[in-house]
Structures are given as structure tokens and as C-alpha cells.
Design a protein around this ligand. Structure first.
Ligand code: HBI
Ligand code: FE
Length: 295
């Protein structure tokens, strides 16, 4: 099998510009170098050292059920039978960032696209695009949770419909994905916990999102999220908090058309703003976190 293309953002003097690819590829597991496996292992160990007490229980337990470990990059063909049996989802290897419609089509069919390549050692602390570690370590575990798995498919189906409605509808859904699937927090009896893939795959943000006084933490509200802008190159200024995954799935039940119309008539909200009507959460207690030594 020849190694598939590694489609990455282009670095230019004007910053990084995204490059899209639509291909589905076999995971070229034999072609991973010792450096690739080492990058996976180092990121895996670093995150698992700080996530107990910060990531939600479902995330940590699912990652264990999938037998992910620091030893080596997991094999998609070993994860897929476990994932299919649990929720009917499967991983497909992709070359890099997918055009939105292609991405949504995969989700609508319970296929999660996982970039086949992993970041280089010099990118270990930050990469501007979804690589294998972000997708596999961050996104895949929660697909084992039946309710979250249903949400992800419902989201994909809704996004395909939004494509037909127009740009504003799509922007609203991209914000919904950003503030839930990528950067979502969940309230638990022990305090706020993380479920967003963009947070659990980042050491700094895993600590910042729960312990810093800087960001807002606001109760989940679909229209509020659809109106809220976001930045892609900094830690989030606002996190939205769900009560449980059922709340997330229930939010996708109604026909969004009237909601899009309502939101379109309202102003956007800056990422750092808090409204009178917001249900504000105060930062979680420190109990149950990994000790500072691990942080
Ligand atoms: N492509 N490979 C890949 N992974 C993503 O997470 C992804 C994508 N294309 C589009 C996309 N995400 C966004 O549209 C979503 O974040 C809404
Ligand atoms: Fe992602």
C-alpha cells in the first residue's frame, strides 16, 4: 500500500491557509515511524496525566474501553469493531481537513473522519489543524457513548440540511459544533468537567478552561450559542456547560428553520460578552483534580 497524501495547512508569510482534501484512505499503520509513535505516546501520557478529575468520566472510561495506550498509535481496524458494536460508528482515514459538506456527510452516516497522519515533534504543543492525535484521542472516545453518538449523527444530518438553507444557517451550526463537540463542558456532582475534543487534546486548555478566572462559563442555550462568535487561535473566552448529553441530543430534535430565522434577526454576541439572561457557572472546585505535580 503506498502511503497516502499528507494534506496540511500551507504556511505562508500571511499565516496558515487551510488546504482541503476529500479522500478516504486506509490507515497506513506499517508506515508510521518510531517518531510518529513517540509523538503519540508523549501526547497521550501528558494528557492522561492531567485529565483524571478534569475530563468527564465517560471520556476516560471510553478511552480505556477502546484500549488506547501510550505504547503506539492505535489501529483503526482494531478500534472499529469495538466502536461499531457500541454505537454503530466507524472511523475512516482521511488525508486532512475535509470540505464542510464532505465532513457533515460522514457524520450523517456515522462515519468519523480521522486524519491518518500525526503532527511532527516540533508541533507537539500546537497544531492549527486536526491531526490524528486531535481526532483519535480527542473525538473518538465519546462516540462510544450512545447519546453523544446519536447527537453527532443528528448534527451531521442537520448540517447537511443547513447547507441547503444558506450561509447563516451553516455558520450557526459551525458555532454549535465549536461550543459543544470541540469546546464543551458538562456539569457533574463533582463540579464542571470537560467533554470537548479541542480541550482534551490540549494540555494548556484542559487546565485553563476549569481553573482560570478569565473565561465565562455559561449554561447551554442553543440560540445563545448560535449567536456567539469564536476565535480559533486562542483559548476560548466563553465555554458553554451542558447538564448531560441528553440535553445536547434533545436540542437537535426541533426543526431548526424557525430558530435560524430568529437568530438571523438578532445581533451576534462577542465571545467575551455575558448577557443578563445567561446562566453563569463559577469555576469548579479543585477537589478531584489531578495533583498540581501532574498539571
Ligand atoms: N475535516 N478532517 C476534518 N476534521 C474536522 O474536524 C473538520 C473537517 N472539516 C470541517 C470541519 N471539521 C468543520 O466544519 C466542523 O468543525 C464544523
Ligand atoms: Fe475537531
Amino acid at each position: 500500500m503506498n502511503t497516502p497524501q499528507r494534506v496540511e495547512h500551507q504556511q505562508t508569510d500571511r499565516g496558515t491557509i487551510p488546504v482541503y482534501a476529500t479522500g478516504v484512505v486506509e490507515q497506513p499503520w506499517q508506515d508510521y515511524s518510531a517518531v510518529d509513535h513517540h509523538v503519540w505516546g508523549e501526547l497521550f501520557e501528558r494528557q492522561r496525566a492531567i485529565l483524571p478529575g478534569r475530563a468527564c468520566r465517560e471520556f476516560l472510561e471510553s478511552q480505556n474501553t477502546l484500549k488506547m495506550s501510550a505504547d503506539a498509535i492505535p489501529r483503526f481496524d482494531e478500534l472499529n469493531p469495538i466502536l461499531r458494536a457500541a454505537t454503530g460508528w466507524e472511523l475512516v482515514g482521511v488525508e486532512g481537513l475535509l470540505p464542510e459538506y464532505t465532513f457533515f456527510e460522514h457524520l450523517a452516516n456515522r462515519r468519523f473522519p480521522v486524519t491518518w497522519w500525526i503532527r511532527k515533534p516540533e508541533q507537539i504543543d500546537y497544531i492549527s489543524e486536526p491531526d490524528l492525535f486531535h481526532d483519535l484521542f480527542g473525538h473518538v472516545p465519546l462516540l462510544m457513548n450512545p447519546v453523544f453518538a446519536d447527537y453527532m449523527q443528528a448534527y451531521g444530518r442537520g448540517a447537511l440540511k443547513a447547507h441547503g438553507i444558506g450561509e447563516h444557517a451553516l455558520l450557526n451550526l459551525t458555532r454549535l459544533y465549536w461550543y459543544t463537540v470541540e469546546f464543551g463542558l458538562i456539569a457533574t456532582p463533582e463540579g464542571l468537567r470537560i467533554y470537548g475534543a479541542g480541550i482534551v487534546s490540549s494540555k494548556g486548555e484542559s487546565i485553563y478552561c476549569l481553573e482560570s478566572d478569565a473565561p465565562n462559563r455559561i449554561g447551554f442555550d442553543l440560540e445563545r450559542i448560535m449567536r456567539t462568535r469564536y476565535r480559533i487561535d486562542t483559548y476560548q473566552q466563553t465555554y458553554f456547560v451542558i447538564d448531560d448529553f441528553e440535553q445536547l441530543f434533545e436540542a437537535t430534535r426541533p426543526d431548526f428553520t424557525p430558530i435560524y430565522r430568529q437568530v438571523k434577526a438578532m445581533d451576534d454576541i462577542r465571545a467575551r460578552d455575558v448577557l443578563e439572561t445567561d446562566k453563569v457557572f463559577h469555576r469548579g472546585t479543585r477537589e478531584g483534580f489531578a495533583t498540581d505535580a501532574d498539571a
